[in-house]
Design a protein around this ligand. Structure first.
Ligand SMILES: [Zn+2]
Ligand SMILES: [Zn+2]
Length: 139
């Protein structure tokens, strides 16, 4: 993700691209599924304070650039998204994978046909067991 591209995505959503907000977004894009506390711990090394991280998360979540989800161990976790999110969440280890491809456009079209509902977007979160955990369970 180029810096300019990210700045543009922020502006398109009406949020001012500050270095702190971009750092928070990048941290959650590089390693999705972390808590705000974990992100704050990482960014404190860059001199970004915890309160700033919390404010940035709120601002980015408000405009849909971060998506929150409930993780298996009861903690609220976040992922960074540009368009919308498709997540695979492992209920055992808490690992989160993001899917790039979107196969729900056809479904949205069907919804419109069947129910007259005009979809403007979606977030898909699939819970289950990741490949690694399934392998460990068999050993
Ligand atoms: Zn797992
Ligand atoms: Zn999609």
């Amino acid at each position: 993700m180029q810096l300019l591209e990210l700045s543009r995505a922020f502006r398109t959503r009406g949020v001012r691209p500050t270095p702190q907000r971009e750092a928070v977004w990048r941290a959650l894009a590089e390693r999705p599924g972390r808590t705000v506390r974990e992100v704050a711990a990482e960014l404190s090394a860059l001199g970004i304070g915890q309160a700033t991280v919390y404010r940035a998360v709120r601002a980015l979540e408000d405009v849909g650039l971060l998506v929150r989800f409930a993780a298996p161990h009861g903690e609220v976790r976040y992922v960074a998204v540009l368009e919308h999110a498709h997540l695979l969440v492992c209920e055992r280890c808490g690992d989160v994978e993001t899917l790039e491809e979107c196969e729900l456009d056809a479904y949205e079209a069907q919804l419109h046909q069947r129910r007259g509902f005009a979809a403007s977007g979606h977030t898909l979160i699939v819970y289950g067991t990741c490949a690694r955990c399934q392998k460990e369970g068999r050993e």
